[in-house]
Design a binder for this molecule. Structure first.
Ligand SMILES: [Zn+2]
Length: 204
């Protein structure tokens, strides 16, 4: 049995108080986020679902994917969604020398022009965080769906999405190929669930 931490424990959140883990707990709002795009065959499907449901979301884009698919990047922005920085090459902060990491973030920033940053793999050192913090709101999440985990069933992915979600929750989905099947199943079902519970949807 693989251990999947769907909601980061309080100790981790306490250790990183400079990271946004969730938004205002007093408002019944869910914050949908999508990482790793834009990707053909996936991002347009997400945009279609969001448009149908009349929901705006936040897309943490990878710089090299923006360069490969500039039309999709424009489509996301034209849909009224927000864009965040997810590095240029989807780098792992704990495996990348600091200078290289910061340069990679800056390279992505020249494309996204965002006040939001999300570290790939949720890996970031205290020092990297200290250097990025003056320029970005660094966002992780309090609900990780593991949509990218292909050993997880679509139904279990849906359960991950709704189980810990509450007022102000930030939910992580991925608009990438690995997550496609689970995400496209779980997303509309979870939106239906949240709407039936009276939640609205917010933009980061
Ligand atoms: Zn990512």
């Amino acid at each position: 049995m693989k251990l999947r931490i769907v909601s980061p424990p309080a100790l981790v959140r306490w250790y990183y108080p400079d990271i946004t883990w969730h938004k205002d707990r007093s408002q019944p709002r869910i914050f949908l986020t999508f990482d790793d795009g834009p990707i053909p065959d996936v991002t347009p499907e997400v945009l279609k679902i969001l448009k149908k449901e009349d929901i705006k979301a936040t897309f943490f884009c990878v710089g090299e994917n923006i360069v490969k698919h500039p039309d999709l990047f424009e489509q996301i922005k034209a849909g009224g969604h927000h864009i965040g920085n997810h590095t240029y090459n989807h780098l792992n902060g704990s495996k990348t020398p600091e200078k290289e990491y910061l340069e990679n973030v800056a390279q992505c920033q020249s494309l996204v022009h965002s006040h939001l940053f999300r570290p790939p793999y949720a890996r970031i050192s205290k020092n990297q965080l200290r250097q990025l913090k003056p320029h970005y709101e660094v966002v992780i999440a309090d609900v990780i769906t593991y949509d990218f985990d292909q050993s997880l069933s679509p139904e279990a992915c849906y359960e991950n999405a709704i189980k810990y979600a509450k007022n102000g929750s930030i939910i992580v989905f991925h608009d990438n190929i690995k997550a496609r099947q689970n995400m496209l199943y779980a997303l509309p079902k979870a939106i239906g669930h949240w709407k039936s519970k009276g939640f609205g949807f917010g933009l980061l």
